[in-house]
Design a binder for this molecule. Structure first.
Ligand SMILES: [Zn+2]
Length: 161
């Protein structure tokens, strides 16, 4: 596995080129994207990059958390761009809640309470993606199915949401 993930041409995210414990060549080589062929690959990837991000680990640094805020804001705007063209009231409501939680987290980035709001915001973002998929008759996005692509194994995550 490469130590530096590259930007994926399918979903635009940085994920490992092969899931840990599997051969890269077995699933088509380095260009394989776990979200290839799925609906909303860029939203799934955006979510999972945050979901498995370092900011949610117990040893997260202020820089991790600052980067996560920026990334989360980009993610919410990307979702907003997608649902603009869709008439799904549930998605709009959940996205509103996601933004609300995001902006409730104040600028004191290393504050534990702020982290909870960011977590909550990401959780609502996940619901919006679920609303979009539901509208298409598809099952909800399950981040744990993609855990192997994110080097997420070693350090336990916060388990408070
Ligand atoms: Zn990808």
């Amino acid at each position: 596995m490469p130590t530096h993930p590259t930007i994926c041409p399918v979903c635009g995210a940085e994920h490992s080129s092969a899931p840990s414990g599997r051969e890269a060549s077995a699933s088509g080589g380095e260009r394989t994207c776990p979200y290839g062929g799925l609906a909303y690959p860029e939203l799934r990837a955006g979510h999972d990059q945050l979901y498995f991000g370092r900011w949610r680990r117990m040893d997260a640094t202020r820089i991790d958390i600052r980067q996560a805020r920026l990334r989360l804001e980009r993610h919410l705007r990307a979702i907003a761009g997608v649902i603009q063209t869709e008439d799904i009231p549930a998605a709009r409501r959940d996205l509103e809640k996601a933004f609300e939680a995001f902006y409730t987290a104040g600028p004191g980035e290393e504050d534990r309470e702020d982290l909870l709001f960011l977590d909550q915001s990401l959780s609502y973002a996940h619901r919006v993606i679920g609303d979009l998929l539901h509208e298409k008759g598809l099952p909800p996005h399950a981040p744990e199915d993609f855990a192997g692509w994110y080097d997420a194994g070693e350090i336990p995550f916060r388990e408070d949401w």
